[in-house]
Design a protein. Structure first.
Length: 234
């Protein structure tokens, strides 16, 4: 492997894109452990660190996880094809329900090289969270709940940044969440543990560094939601 160029923090934050294609080079478990060892410094509500990570190596379990995640991907793909933003809220903040027959979508393949090869990616990790320690402060909100995720997704993102520091790349996926009950049975998850993400990782075929993101003025305002935009001037 080539020696890694050190990346300054700002550059790393601005250039870490999703990697979904990996070389055949294996990633030893001690490297995975090192990635986890850096990722664990992520913040979480009340510093409760409710993450649990299952590194899936067994080929049989990998194949089952792959099949379950693909059911979620099929729902997502067919909803997208039908013109619906998958699992997003409507103008009231609620999910309006599917615009398609989800059962039929799950039965209908949606070819994609990444999802078709999921069982064979170098590193496959199921990132779970202990719901007994999340700070889900919006539990009573009459809209899609969001705050609890704040106690786990910074950790998932840290995993990907930490992977980059090891010359690895990866992507967080959430398709498996759609089959949480079956995946939970397979992995032995207790009822108070939720699946947050299935992370794929390995040596990138190509490390994307030119990311497409909205400028600050499109999402930051002063004093009010409809206040004047914040512009970057320096
Ligand atoms: C919460 C979350 C869920 C995501 N779920 C998936 C997923 O299920 N499958 C996938 O391929 N990518 C998933 N992604 C990756 C996004 O598609 C990616 O971050 C976004 O498109 C930006 O692309 P880029 O990183 O290549 O710039 C997810 C990202 C986040 C933050």
């Amino acid at each position: 492997m080539e020696p890694l160029e050190p990346l300054d923090l700002r550059t790393a934050l601005r250039t870490t894109g999703s990697v979904r294609a990996f070389t055949d080079e294996a990633v030893p478990l001690d490297v995975v452990a090192r990635v986890l060892d850096t990722a664990r410094f992520a913040p979480s509500g009340g510093n409760k660190q409710g993450w649990r990570v299952i590194v899936v190596q067994d080929p049989t379990v990998r194949a089952q996880i792959d099949a379950l995640a693909n059911l979620g991907w099929r729902e997502y793909a067919h909803m997208t094809a039908a013109g619906q933003r998958p699992f997003a809220a409507d103008d009231t903040g609620h999910w309006p329900g599917p615009s398609i027959d989800l059962e039929q979508a799950r039965r209908t393949p949606a070819p994609w090289s990444f999802m078709d090869g999921l069982a064979t990616v170098p590193v496959l990790m199921v990132v779970c969270v202990d719901l007994r320690v999340v700070a889900a402060v919006d539990v009573e909100a009459d809209r899609i709940h969001i705050a609890g995720g704040g106690s786990i997704y910074p950790f998932v993102w840290n995993l990907l940044l930490s992977a980059r520091a090891e010359g690895l790349g990866g992507v967080m996926t959430t398709f498996l969440v759609r089959q949480e009950a079956a995946a939970g049975d397979l992995l032995g998850l207790p009822p108070y543990v939720a699946i947050a993400s299935l992370v794929a990782m390995g040596h990138p075929v190509h490390q994307p560094t030119k990311l497409s993101r909205k400028p600050v003025a499109e999402f930051a305002t002063l004093d009010h939601y409809n206040g004047p935009a914040v512009f970057v001037t320096t």
